[in-house]
Write a protein that binds this ligand. Structure first.
Ligand code: ATR
Length: 258
């Protein structure tokens, strides 16, 4: 869709890499004539980080790469566009990040990728809470920024967050990643769920019922991270607004079929 929009002719295909064979699969693809680059999904983002030359700060901070590119001098460059994707989707949705207290639930790869872009966008603080607190401690230590703190899941109300971001997979099993009771939402303006489904997740629905004005799912982030990768490869920036709508229709039709 991006290529169509900006008048490029590209081939963008899926490659299934064996779980223990990412490096071979990536190198074989990148060695092909005309190969510009590729996206990398879980569980290979750390392997891609190790394979590539990484100057991109977001990828360094996340220790994860989701975009590879062949450079003109034959090096394979690595980037992480997930965090930029989240920030751009928030901004497109009219959410102000500057000066806001952000609560990030989860401490997996998805969480790591978004920390530095959120700080760069001006978040006043970024507090991580995770079911396994030790993992949140590890991620915060790696971030090494006084604005990044950790709180126990039971104590999230003390953060008085303006924005809550769910980076866990809890919504896939219809679970809440954290309690929304006991004052947690008192100052909350926006909840963001990185999961997307054909209808709002339980986290989004419950937050709405409890009075949070804005609930956003992760479909826009998916499109925005892809748009950023497309820009890295082509230096052309697609207009994503219409594409998010088109992708939502595809997701809805796909879910109906399943
Ligand atoms: P990803 O790289 O996509 O973030 P991950 O590394 O497996 O995936 O991380 C999943 C995150 O979701 C973890 O923070 C996990 O919590 P634990 O560290 O305690 O495992 C969190 N998570 C998954 N399912 C959850 C649930 N039902 N409730 C709360 N947190 C959940």
């Amino acid at each position: 869709m991006f290529a169509e929009q900006v008048g490029e002719t590209i081939s963008y295909e899926k490659i299934l890499a064996p779980v223990d064979g990412f490096v071979g699969a990536a190198k074989a693809f990148l060695a092909q004539e005309g190969a510009v680059g590729c996206n990398v999904t879980m569980p290979f983002k750390l392997d891609a980080f190790n394979l590539a030359k990484v100057d991109d700060q977001a990828a360094k901070d996340a220790q994860a790469v989701n975009t590879l590119m062949n450079s003109i001098n034959g090096e394979v460059l690595g980037y992480n566009t997930d965090g930029v994707g989240l920030v751009n989707d928030l901004l497109n949705s009219g959410v102000e990040i500057e000066g806001k207290r952000v609560l990030l639930i989860g401490a997996g790869g998805a969480a790591r990728g978004v920390i530095s872009p959120l700080l760069k966008a001006g978040a006043a603080s970024l507090t991580i809470a995770n079911r396994t607190k030790a993992k949140a401690d590890e991620v915060a230590t790696a971030a090494s920024n006084p604005k990044v703190q950790v709180v126990a899941l039971e104590d999230i109300a003390s953060v008085a967050p303006h924005i809550i971001i769910n980076s866990t997979a809890a919504s896939l099993s219809n679970e809440l990643p954290c309690s929304l009771e006991d004052g947690v939402l008192q100052h909350c303006e926006v909840v963001y769920d990185m999961v997307y489904k054909n209808s709002p997740t339980r986290f989004m629905r419950d937050a709405a019922e409890l009075g949070v004005k804005t609930q956003i799912d992760g479909l826009g982030m998916l499109v925005e991270q892809a748009a950023e990768a497309f820009y890295i490869w082509t230096q052309k920036r697609p207009d994503t607004s219409d594409i998010v709508k088109r992708v939502r229709v595809i997701v809805e039709q796909g879910e109906k079929r399943n």
